[in-house]
Write a protein that binds this ligand. Sequence first.
Ligand code: HEC
Length: 167
Amino acid sequence: MVLAMILAAVALWGAVAASRRVFRLEERVKALEQPRPYPLGEQMGYLQRYIEKLYFAGQAQNWELADFYARELDETVEDIMSAKVVKEGVEVSKLMTTMLPPAEQGLQEAVQARDPELFQTRYGALVDTCNACHQEAKHGFMNITIPDRPSVTNQSFAPERGTGGGL
Ligand code: HEC
């Protein structure tokens, strides 16, 4: 009798533990199924990096490199536009679609034309557009400027081939 009760208690305990495990697993599956928030801040960081490098490539009249960064910029912009991002009530992807492409295309034209003066004005217009959207998107404190020196020191923006001095 006592043995039967002990066995029943052990079986019950086992069942409770198993159902707890199942519950925990279900919670983890649910968490994994949640859509991940779009990494908008990270993507903005890429925009910042690409336009910085684009600037120095243009300054050095290294148009091939400038074209490379213009394309990288475009890919990131495309990604943000198609991601349907709404953040704190701001329709970021929609805003991006209406605001950025004209300024971006303007700069691409200057790169294709290999025109340093046009590049300078179109670049300024792009930076102004970044900031106009930050105003519009409740991030008016985020101010992009024309860079005065590259933030990386291990890349040359000049058209000449770089060297590590080892070969
Ligand atoms: C569609 C509107 C919009 C446009 C256009 C836009 N931004 Fe942003 N930007 C935002 C929003 C919204 C945030 C805040 C993101 C967050 O909440 O993480 C932001 C944040 C940032 C940040 C902060 C993230 C960080 O890594 O420090 C930087 C830098 C930035 N943007 C750069 C740019 C640059 C450069 C451009 C132009 C090439 C640009 N943005 C164009 C809306 C925009």
